[in-house]
Write a protein that binds this ligand. Structure first.
Ligand code: C2O
Ligand code: CU
Ligand code: CU
Length: 534
């Protein structure tokens, strides 16, 4: 192990909780009163404020790109990273450092095939006001097959006063994705204090079968801890995980939503740093899973509860037909290796009205046209098997015994896997135990979960994925095809405290063995520029 690794993990179980917490184990998860030092009367009320509905950001202009066929113009979305504040607890303005002054950041919604540019201007303070690190950023569009130089590579930094134009192909099938900060070693801090936002790709098929418009609701779920002045606290139990006592949806603690008695589509994104959820409806009705990270599932999976880890996205249909006048809650049953508090089982309340204004796509389809190639692949298509073990070595989180140090120490050449362009492989990812779960994310590709502990995957995860929940004692086999780009891409745990300390590595696609030049160098190919835009 290299000497530059910071040694900070000091305990081996969920025994250390937040400042004010006294833990008592209940079932699988640990249960405590409160995480932060916020006064009791300042704890946000449940179900009294409405859910903020996210509306798509309009392009600010265009940008001219040059391709093999000449130059052409694409829409340009402008994002300014800047300080702002939010009313999480009613009496306080909580300082945050956000995209365009809001949390979650502005939702971007595009149609498949419409390439676009996202211009990210860093107007943040020179150092993070809460944590003191140099406030550079790197923006990753999670779920997009972007070129390496536009993939938010951890070391491709845009310092305050600079901007970077990210080019997004949007060539993939309809899906719910998101953009968030990926700055090396400080991703958890930057995402937690505001740099996270949803992004949606629509396509014709999805529009023809699933609810649209006001019946298609994006839910960004995360949790946080506040101090006595209502300011964010990042207590991550020596980098094991952050479990907040306040659960927010679209930046609002425990909101309510008025719905019509019809079918709704909810795109649920867990943007939490360390908490996973297990959803259920208070009336016992099923959640109909129609989409996973990489788009629609081949067959609708109706379940009464399901496990949802950090960075995973699930699209569910909820049928409010026949429920007029009722109040129904989306609740969190929690999972093993989380820390729960008094109100972390509550999430969102639905108040069902009595009139339906549109019956378009007001059904629960049973089969969905399979638009993602990865779901048609078979285990026998794979030409190679690789193995990745997630564990803790002394006091550092590692993948096959390595951290990002091995990558940065090699001038970003070192890789743990080197598939060729178009190769199909099976990757086994294993978490032998120890009290942790690791939602593992592989950049660039979508994968199919072939098996979980030698058995078929859980019902809700039978669709295209880019994050896989690897719980304590679990082992998963993933099937994927590498492409469409060549280059180097990250792979890491999406418990962001683990990722930062230092459960992250990389792989390459289609790179010759002893390459000397990389057209798609993730740091050098298209770096940030000094921001003298007006
Ligand atoms: Cu959502 Cu590499 O991250
Ligand atoms: Cu990603
Ligand atoms: Cu992890």
């Amino acid at each position: 192990m290299s000497t530059s690794r910071r040694s900070a993990l000091q305990f081996g179980g969920l025994s250390l909780l937040g400042a004010a917490a006294v833990g008592v184990p209940v079932g699988n998860a640990v249960r405590a009163k409160a995480a932060g030092t916020l006064g009791k009367k300042d704890i946000p009320p449940r179900y009294t404020r409405p859910l903020p509905i996210l509306s798509p950001l309009a392009p600010a202009g265009t940008k001219t790109l040059t391709g093999p066929g000449g130059s052409y113009s694409v829409p340009r979305y402008d994002i300014v990273e800047k300080e702002s504040s939010a009313r999480i607890s009613p009496r306080f303005d909580t300082r945050m450092w956000t995209y365009n002054g809001i949390f979650p950041g502005p939702m971007i919604s595009v149609d498949r095939g419409q390439e676009a540019v996202m211009r990210v201007r860093n107007q943040l303070p020179a150092v993070h006001p809460l944590f003191g690190y140099e406030f550079s950023t790197s923006t990753h569009l999670h779920g997009s097959a972007s070129l390496p130089q536009y993939d938010g590579y951890a070391n491709d930094l845009t310092p305050p006063g600079f901007y970077k134009d990210y080019v997004y192909p949007n060539a993939q099938n309809a899906r719910t994705i998101w953009y968030h900060d990926h700055r090396v070693h400080w991703t958890a801090n930057s995402a937690y204090t505001g740099l996270a936002a949803p992004y949606i790709i629509h396509d014709e098929f999805e529009k023809s079968v699933l609810p649209q418009g006001k019946y298609d609701v994006t839910l960004v779920v995360n949790d946080c801890i506040l101090d006595a002045q209502g300011q964010l606290m990042l207590l991550d139990n020596s980098h094991s995980g952050l479990w907040g006592d306040i659960v927010m949806v679209n930046g609002m603690p425990w909101p309510y939503l008025e719905v019509e008695p019809r079918v709704y589509r909810f795109r649920i994104l867990v943007a939490s740093i360390g908490r996973s959820y297990r959803w259920t409806l208070s009336n016992g009705a099923p959640l109909h899973v129609v989409g996973t990270d990489g788009g629609l599932v081949p067959t609708t999976q109706s379940v009464t509860s399901f496990r949802h880890g950090m960075a995973e996205r699930y699209e569910v249909l909820v049928d409010f037909r026949g429920q007029a006048g009722k109040t129904i809650e989306l609740r969190n049953l929690s999972n093993k290796n989380n820390v729960d508090y008094d109100h972390t089982n509550k999430v969102l309340q639905f108040r069902v009205g009595s009139t339906v204004t549109s019956t378009e796509n007001n059904t629960i389809p049973t089969t969905l046209f399979d638009t993602n190639e990865v779901m048609t692949l078979k285990r026998s298509d794979a030409t190679k098997k690789r193995y990745f073990r997630l564990h803790k070595e002394l006091d550092v989180w590692v993948i096959n015994g390595e951290t990002w140090d091995e990558v940065s120490g090699s001038n970003f050449r070192h890789v743990q896997a080197d598939p060729g362009l178009g190769d199909v492989e099976v990757w086994t990812i294993e978490n032998k135990g120890g009290g942790w779960f690791h939602p593992t994310h592989i950049h660039l590709v979508d994968f199919q979960i072939l098996s979980r502990n030698g058995k078929p995957p859980m019902a809700h995860e039978r669709g295209p994925k880019d994050v896989v929940y690897v719980g304590e004692g679990e082992s998963v086999d993933l099937l994927m095809k590498f492409g469409p780009h060549r280059g180097r891409y990250m792979m890491h745990c999406h418990n962001l405290s683990h990722e930062d300390h230092d459960m992250m590595t990389q792989f390459s696609v289609g790179m010759p063995k002893d390459w000397t030049w990389d057209d798609n160098d993730p740091v050098a190919a298209d770096p940030c520029k000094w921001d003298d835009l007006d």
